[in-house]
Write a protein that binds this ligand. Structure first.
Ligand SMILES: CC(C)(COP(=O)(O)OP(=O)(O)OC[C@H]1O[C@@H](n2cnc3c(N)ncnc32)[C@H](O)[C@@H]1OP(=O)(O)O)[C@@H](O)C(=O)NCCC(=O)NCCS
Length: 147
């Protein structure tokens, strides 16, 4: 059974483990901790049968009231089952409750799977940032209104 809950500080090491397995240049544990303390109400854990299998770390700017998806991953063997989408929908509901106006993110231009997922939830590509990532690959910024 799947369950989405708020992240707590005790989750930081396990979030780092999923981050490390999911990205070629993962955020470190200390950075994950400071992102979490920046906006704990926008950080979520997805569990299956009590085991953490995904997370989403969010942040925000107060003016304009815009949220930012800072990191988001599902463990590889659980991908393609709609769980990532569930976690994003959970965030979007939370953003609506907290009266955010919009949400943005950066995604590697080669990450077709994630781009399709975001587009299926009405995110649109806003711009391209050259050499955004450590390996010099480019990112798209994507934006969605929250109503
Ligand atoms: C991106 C990620 C979180 C998506 O999680 P997921 O649980 O696999 O995604 P879902 O199963 O919810 O997929 C939802 C949508 O993604 C797209 N998608 C899923 N699997 C796909 C595949 N194999 N190929 C292309 N698109 C795919 C589809 O649009 C799908 O919508 P549909 O089910 O209505 O057709 C996951 O792939 C991941 O952790 N990747 C590594 C880390 C990463 O890239 N994070 C995003 C950084 S911006």
């Amino acid at each position: 059974m799947n369950y989405i809950r708020q992240m707590t500080k005790d989750d930081i090491p396990q979030v780092y483990e999923i981050e490390r397995k999911s990205f070629p240049h993962p955020f470190g544990e200390v950075l994950i901790g400071s992102l979490y303390f920046g906006a704990p109400e926008l950080c979520f854990i997805l569990e299956q049968n009590g085991k953490m299998i995904g997370f989403l770390l969010g942040g925000y700017t107060p003016i304009p009231r815009q949220a930012h998806i800072l990191s988001f991953a599902i463990l590889e063997s659980f991908r393609g089952e709609g769980l990532g989408k569930e976690l994003l929908i959970h965030l979007l509901n939370q953003l609506e409750n907290l009266e955010f106006n919009s949400v943005k993110l950066e995604v590697n231009v080669d990450n077709q799977r994630a781009i399709e997922l975001y587009e299926s939830l009405q995110f649109t590509i806003e711009s391209k940032i050259r050499k955004y990532y450590q390996d010099n690959s480019d990112a798209f910024t994507m934006l969605r209104r929250v109503d």
